[in-house]
Design a protein around this ligand. Structure first.
Ligand code: BES
Ligand code: MN
Ligand code: ZN
Length: 504
């Protein structure tokens, strides 16, 4: 699917369909559609009044035009209220519009929406490309039939799209090629993360993650260092290796570095992603029901690698380290026992009272490693606690930090991306419950406030670098198709991370 910005009047567009965005509180349809071809506008207005169509957010109306208009259909999509028109509301509505284009099997389409007040037409073009790409993403990697028509709509996204060319109608003379490029790169990085998350544990292992990191480095000129088990042993990463000892697969500690080509970077940041490619719980084994979903436990790693893929192409003047302590959490004769004591790379000792609290063990050594790099800030993303899903549901990630500036920056980047974060307190007194009789700490506290105690545990492995922890256990996966989001892995975090780095 190719996107182009075209400087034409919407009435001049010829193709299968024209997707038109309308405000619910905008001018009367007759006025809003005045730029269309007169015959087309008349047909559309007739159907609007017949169906009493109100362009509320994401409402759609399909009008067959045809004849000698050079257009098969006009698709109207509601953009909601004018005052609430932002990149994210546009993306949500156009995501639904893109699904309508797919439903009518359009191969060519024009898109005509009012420009965003913030960022103007370039931001509008970027948002359109991002949303249409993401909405139309269809993951058929694991189906034998590669086209939906062969198998009666058994799909995760209503069947594949036939769109080959999308023409975005613009009025000005901005750098739309760059906006199209950015929208494409952001969407592709997100799709990359979605597919890593959706692929099961027999397809995505620590080795796969390391291979993907190497490929990103090669394609975009990043540095990539993969620390093998022996390297991690030498660095004293006993917490991470404790988790890794239960699997027959080799652990891979991934360190991918993006450095600006010229000059000294304005800032240096580290992004850590939890990379448990399958979480069985270990000997503190999880119940069978729902265990299959624990393939998503590398969603933080997927977001970090997706962001690396994007930033490697957008090339900001910020140095970024991407770190993943990858392994799986399995049961075997050499798995850790509950009660085992592990020593992390900062010398602290941990009594593993629950082998299912494994993510924090891997992150502990990743945090120590990141801090040693001397970066200005550390962000970690992790599918860390079921408690966070209970607290915030599936659409909102937890955010925990003692640095309010970092919290603000993540929230701003999240808002620009349509990814939601809600801050939870770092209530120091809750760490009491994690004191151990025999070691420096235990790896779990009481059940209550599980997201907070997990963050307090991580805090033991950061000395002084500003750090923010993002618990993405809820939004990493969705069963709902909505806006530009499809069922399966969501790629949550990629776009927020990218905008966070770009805004440094
Ligand atoms: N990977 C899980 C958390 C999770 C839950 C991710 C739901 C995605 C969806 C994590 O390793 C885990 O098992 N956490 C335990 C911690 C407990 C043992 C303190 C949990 O949340 O139950
Ligand atoms: Mn676990
Ligand atoms: Zn886990």
């Amino acid at each position: 699917m190719e996107f182009e910005a075209v400087r034409i009047s919407p009435g001049e567009y010829r193709g299968d369909a024209l997707l038109v965005g309308l405000f619910q509180d905008g001018p009367e349809p007759a006025q809003a559609l005045a730029a269309l071809d007169a015959a087309v506008a008349a047909m559309v207005l007739e159907v609007i009044s017949e169906e009493e169509f109100k362009p509320k957010s994401r409402q759609k109306l399909t009008v067959r035009v045809g004849g000698d208009t050079g257009l098969r259909k006009v698709l109207l999509v509601g953009l909601g209220e004018q005052a609430k028109y932002k990149p994210e509301s546009l993306r949500q509505c156009i995501g639904e519009g893109a699904r309508a284009l797919k439903a009518i099997k359009a191969t060519t389409a024009g898109v005509w929406v009012p420009p965003l007040s913030e960022g103007g037409e370039e931001a509008t073009v970027e948002a359109l490309v991002e949303a249409i790409r993401l909405a139309l993403h269809e993951d058929r990697r694991f189906r034998s039939k590669k086209s939906d028509s062969e198998e009666n709509g058994n799909s995760n996204n209503g069947g594949e799209s036939k769109l080959t060319k999308v023409s975005l109608v613009v009025a000005g003379e901005g750098d739309y090629a760059e906006a199209v490029r950015r929208g494409n790169i952001l969407a592709e990085g997100t799709i990359f993360a979605r597919e890593l998350v959706s692929a099961p544990a027999n397809y995505v292992t620590a080795v796969t993650l390391a291979e993907q990191a190497t490929a990103i480095a090669e394609a975009n000129g990043l540095e990539c260092e993969i620390l093998e088990k022996e390297d991690c042993e030498r660095l004293g990463m006993g917490a991470y290796l404790g988790v890794a000892q239960g699997t027959d697969l080799p652990p891979k500690f991934i360190h991918l570095t993006y450095k600006p080509a010229h000059g000294t970077p304005r800032k240096r940041v580290a992004i850590i992603g939890k990379g448990i490619t399958f979480d069985s719980g270990g000997l503190s084994i999880k119940p069978a029901k729902g265990m299959e979903l624990m393939k998503v436990d590398m969603g933080g790693a997927a977001a970090a690698l997706g962001a690396a893929k994007v930033l490697g192409q957008l090339k900001p003047d910020i140095e970024v380290h991407f770190i993943v302590a990858a392994t799986e959490n399995m049961v075997s004769g050499h798995a850790i026992h509950p009660g085992d004591i592990l020593t992390a790379s900062n010398g602290k000792t941990i009594e593993v009272d629950n082998t299912d609290a494994e993510g924090r063990l891997t992150l502990a050594d990743a945090l120590v490693f990141s801090e040693k790099l001397g970066v200005d800030a550390i962000v970690d993303l992790a599918t860390l606690t079921g408690a966070c899903v209970v607290a915030l549901g599936n659409d909102i990630a937890g955010l925990l930090t003692e640095n309010e500036e970092l919290a603000r920056q993540i929230r701003a980047a999240g808002e620009a991306s349509g990814e939601k974060f809600w801050q939870l307190p770092m209530e120091e007194s809750y760490f009491e419950g994690m004191k151990s009789v025999v070691a420096d700490m235990r790896n779990t506290g009481s059940r209550e406030g599980g997201t907070i105690t997990a963050a307090l545990f991580l805090k033991q492995f950061v000395e002084k670098t500003p750090w923010v922890h993002l618990d993405i256990a809820g939004p990493v996966w969705t069963e709902k198709q909505k806006g530009y989001t499809n069922r399966g892995g969501t790629g949550f975090g990629v776009r927020t991370l990218v905008r966070f780095v770009l805004a440094q």
